[in-house]
Ligand binder design. Structure first.
Ligand code: PMV
Length: 308
């Protein structure tokens, strides 16, 4: 018998970086997923369609398995295979989706019956190994699915709305490391504490406002908030000229608003646009060499089951 788990990727709608320092942020799960298969084995081993069996890249996976085996007093000797259609380093939460799927598969394999919040807690062990001091928003968005309003230390609030809201995502093609970007922002906080705390307070309020706009389908209002949020991220120094150009392009083509999403320094840009314009915007960005697509937000988070 093997356990299978699938976890969605994510996009941060507003509030990245500031969320690490206690502000509210808004995040959505995305349809691209990570799939994990796990079964008992003579020794722990892990393979991935992206990294093969390279131990360094896959170390965080063994961290999650070892810490869960210790906590729940079960055998850590499992064979794990990971398949993913989430691009790594694109700011779409590939590592978080992997850690969440690992924790969910482990829980299923040993019938631990863990709740979603417990799966997030177990997945955080791997996330901390990769990112240093993450806020926890990525695994929470992946595990819960849909759209969540998140602040470290409080249970995430899942937004409910009718119908589908669609987002445009465009990948810059530049990979970057979240850990370095988080470190840069912490230095800015140390250097400019007054400015940083005002910005963090403002962006926290912006995220609360953005969640209301999303609920009431005010995509135009949401767009304005996205572009405002991008300016705050630029002023922190986590954007770059490629991301700024992509935002300008998205705005000039008729988007309601656009911003970098995730840690910045590369990765992806997120936009919202009038329904009739989405197609031409996607073609325009694609023609300039940026992999671009629209997504509607799936409501389902991580799921797991047993298979023969
Ligand atoms: O790794 P990314 O690109 O998904 O970014 C994570 C979001 C940050 O706010 C930068 C870090 C965090 O842990 O919240």
């Amino acid at each position: 018998m093997k356990a299978v788990a699938e976890a969605p990727s994510k996009a941060i709608i507003t509030g990245e970086h500031f969320v690490v320092h206690g502000a509210w942020a808004l995040a959505a799960s995305l349809p691209r997923r990570v799939r994990v298969e796990m079964k008992s084995a003579p020794a722990f081993r892990v393979t991935s369609d992206k990294f093969g069996g390279v131990p360094g890249q896959l170390h965080p996976v063994s961290r999650v398995v070892e810490s869960m085996a210790r906590e729940f007093a079960v055998n850590p000797k499992v064979g794990v295979s990971i398949a993913s259609d989430v691009p790594g380093g694109a700011g779409l939460g590939s590592s978080a989706a992997t850690m969440v799927a690992i924790a969910a598969a482990f829980s299923r394999l040993y019938s631990l019956g863990l709740r979603v919040d417990e799966i997030v807690r177990c997945a955080m062990v791997g996330e901390e190994r990769i990112h240093g001091k993450p806020s926890g928003i990525d695994p929470a968005a992946s595990a819960h699915g849909g759209v969540i309003l998140f602040r470290t230390g409080s249970p995430p609030k899942k937004l409910s709305f009718d119908g589908t809201r669609s987002l445009i995502l465009s990948y810059s093609g530049m990979n970057r490391k979240t850990k370095g970007q988080i470190g840069h922002v912490s230095k800015m906080k140390e250097k400019y504490p007054g400015m940083f705390s005002s910005l963090a307070q403002g962006i926290g309020e912006l995220s609360l406002d953005a969640s209301e706009r999303l609920k009431t389908d005010d995509m135009k209002g949401l767009g304005t908030l996205l572009t405002l949020n991008h300016s705050a991220l630029m002023s922190l120094g986590v954007s770059n000229s490629t991301l700024d150009d992509m935002v300008d392009l998205l705005l000039s083509m008729g988007s309601y608003g656009a911003k970098l999403t995730g840690a910045g320094g590369g990765g992806s840009v997120l936009a919202v646009a009038p329904e009739g314009k989405e197609k031409s915007i996607v073609s325009g960005l694609t023609a300039r060499g940026f992999e671009t697509f629209t997504v509607s937000i799936p409501t389902e988070g991580v799921k797991s089951w047993l298979e023969r």
